[in-house]
Write a protein of this length. Structure first.
Length: 149
């Protein structure tokens, strides 16, 4: 199992390097793309919901949104219905950059899947979906256990 985790970690780190280089001068880095995708899909999303969708700590969301806002990709405003919430909206710059993000993701996936036939890709996708579900269930269960204590 340790070898599998090592391989997953290497793929993740290589993906980060690839995306950071591909995004180049825009500087969104290898992890802000996920923020932009989710914000563009869900205009007006709360910071808390974004943290849940990305499986990251709320403080990371606040830090990344600060960068995205200062670089013109998002705007934030207090929720009129619940002042405790901050709503996040994509700017036109974010929408304009979205096709580039999708292209980078597509190129990465194509390169990663070289040499697999259609049946292998379906099987791989099925395994990865099951692993992701197991991971989400584990984290969700642990978070629920933490809240009970």
């Amino acid at each position: 199992m340790a070898t599998m985790m090592k391989n997953i970690a290497q793929i993740w780190r290589c993906a980060n390097l690839y995306r950071a280089e591909a995004y180049g001068e825009e500087g969104i880095g290898s992890f802000r793309d996920g923020y932009l995708i989710n914000i563009c899909r869900n205009p007006g999303i709360t910071q808390d919901k974004l943290a849940s969708l990305l499986y990251v700590h709320k403080s990371n969301v606040a830090r990344q949104l600060c960068w995205l806002e200062s670089n013109g990709f998002v705007t934030r405003k207090a929720d009129d219905k619940d002042k405790r919430n901050t709503l996040v909206f994509p700017t036109q710059k974010a929408y304009d950059y979205l096709p580039s993000i999708r292209e980078v993701h597509s190129r990465w996936e194509q390169q990663l899947c070289k040499g697999f036939d259609a049946e292998q890709l379906l099987l791989l996708q099925s395994f990865l979906e099951r692993m992701a579900e197991n991971a989400r269930n584990l984290v969700t269960k642990e978070n629920a256990d933490d809240e009970k204590s």
